[in-house]
Design a protein around this ligand. Structure first.
Ligand SMILES: Cc1cc2nc3c(=O)[nH]c(=O)nc-3n(C[C@H](O)[C@H](O)[C@H](O)COP(=O)(O)OP(=O)(O)OC[C@H]3O[C@@H](n4cnc5c(N)ncnc54)[C@H](O)[C@@H]3O)c2cc1C
Length: 409
């Protein structure tokens, strides 16, 4: 068992959250160390999607491996000629070039010493934090950032029984005929005409799909959020039924994606001596499930604050440093916005599929500037309230009643 030297900040994890925050801390000139259960060079298991504008505003749109201009959704019932209710988003969507994104962050982390270790326990002394690993080694830092994902056992949060989860089952493969148009990205295809009357009463799901070119497509049946989560078996059955109802057969499965993560994980307790970033810090957008844009936008301010707080004399202990970090990461403004999004998600989870389709059809009637900033969580609180009021005004009566909780389907 070894006791390691004490660093300014120790980052736990090697996913997008860990690399985003570690690279910004290094940029601040801090003495950073990192530990993760596996090499930071191991390719990430997920492929991340994002609206292209979010990366353009950060000057890193070149990290997209795929980019679609033809972006659409379907909110109709699919039963007659008008039933498709096609909405064209006229807004580019992209998928990261996973290797390029990971390498770009690793390049910024050059010189960072990684320990391949699994954290088992965390101990706080009067001044510093110690991370005890399964090897028996102990790592020490003035403050530790837990970026080990949403399953972290170390982050204290208010207990909540029913955490809604986003679940999805997807296939990258070849099909007997194209499941989406050439060069097209489908954000949400809610057409339910392949479902039985019984299935229509179950939690709604939609198709998320895209053309990768050269005859390869990604199709994924998704449940936005539900507790308990919609099972992968159900999602797979629904995906195959959806394809089959359009006369499409799966010819080759190149990759299967099984997706499950919490959408409304309670916020962390901001009085704990451990900081967090990413899934462990409940940073997933509760209305959309996206997070990577937020990681890129929010890591610089957290790193700057820590740099400032670490230079205070007399030195702050772990609890005081973490408090300074939490204050920036989850400012009162961000907490209020998060509560509004959570309120919205709770209402959406009470909607049946017809109501949900109508809701989204209404949502995308907002101006592009409004809906895109709503989805990216870049609207200041007062503007978010205004956009929510606009949505309420635009909504048909049945949606208004659903939004205020009067009608529950
Ligand atoms: C299948 C899927 C698809 C998604 N798609 C998108 C998307 O398209 N766009 C988007 O914005 N978001 C998406 N998300 C949501 C979110 O962005 C991801 O969950 C993201 O991976 C979370 O990043 P993270 O770094 O916080 O955690 P993770 O990616 O889970 O990384 C956690 C890291 O911590 C390490 N670790 C865990 N425990 C320990 C320990 N005890 N000691 C040391 N190391 C440890 C792990 O090995 C890993 O390196 C998706 C999520 C899933 C599950």
């Amino acid at each position: 068992m070894k006791l390691k030297k004490c660093s300014d900040v120790l980052v736990m994890g090697a996913g997008p959250a860990a690399l985003c925050i570690a690279s910004e801390l290094i940029e601040q000139g801090l003495n950073v160390s990192a530990l993760a259960s596996h090499s930071p060079e191991k390719p990430w298991p997920n492929t991340y999607g994002i609206w292209a504008e979010e990366l353009e505003s950060l000057g890193i749109a070149s990290l997209l491996g795929h980019r679609w201009k033809n972006t659409v959704s379907y909110f109709g019932d699919g039963q007659n000629n008008d039933g498709n209710h096609l909405v064209t988003h006229c807004f580019d969507y992209g998928l990261f070039d996973q290797a390029a994104f990971q390498n770009e962050l690793l390049k910024k982390c050059l010189g960072l010493e990684w320990s391949i270790e699994t954290a088992k326990n965390i101990r706080y002394t009067d001044e510093i934090t110690e991370v005890i690993c399964s090897s028996g080694n102990t790592y020490r830092a003035r403050v530790v950032i837990d970026a080990s994902g949403h399953r972290s056992p170390f982050i204290r949060r208010s207990y909540k029984e029913d955490v809604a989860q986003q679940s999805a089952y997807g296939i990258v493969g070849r099909f007997s005929c194209p499941p989406v148009d050439k060069d097209q990205f489908v954000l949400m295809d809610f057409r339910p005409d392949h479902l039985t009357n019984e299935q229509l009463k179950e939690p709604p799901t939609f198709l998320y799909a895209m053309d990768f070119g050269e005859g390869v497509f990604f199709v994924e049946e998704t449940s936005l959020a539900f507790s308990p989560p919609v099972s992968w078996n159900t999602l797979k059955e629904r995906l195959l039924a959806r394809l089959s109802s359009r006369g499409i057969k799966v010819l080759e499965v190149m990759h299967e994606e099984y997706c499950l993560f919490p959408m409304n994980l309670p916020l962390p307790d901001r009085n704990q001596a451990l900081l967090a970033f990413g899934g462990s810090a409940s940073m997933v957008h509760p209305a959309s499930g996206y997070m990577v844009g937020a990681l890129l936008r929010r890591s610089p301010s957290l790193a700057r604050q820590l740099s400032k707080s670490l230079s205070i004399d007399p030195p702050l202990d772990s609890k005081a440093l973490a408090k300074e970090g939490w204050r920036v990461l989850w400012s009162n403004e961000l907490i209020q916005r998060h509560r509004l999004y959570q309120f919205g998600l709770n209402r959406l989870m009470s909607f049946d599929e017809a109501l949900l389709r109508t809701f989204f059809a209404t949502f995308f009637k907002l101006s592009k500037k409004d809906w895109s900033r709503f989805l990216a969580n870049t609207l200041p609180l007062h503007e978010l309230i205004i956009v929510m009021l606009k949505l309420f005004t635009l909504a048909p009566l049945k949606i208004k009643l659903g939004m205020i909780g009067i009608v529950k389907n």
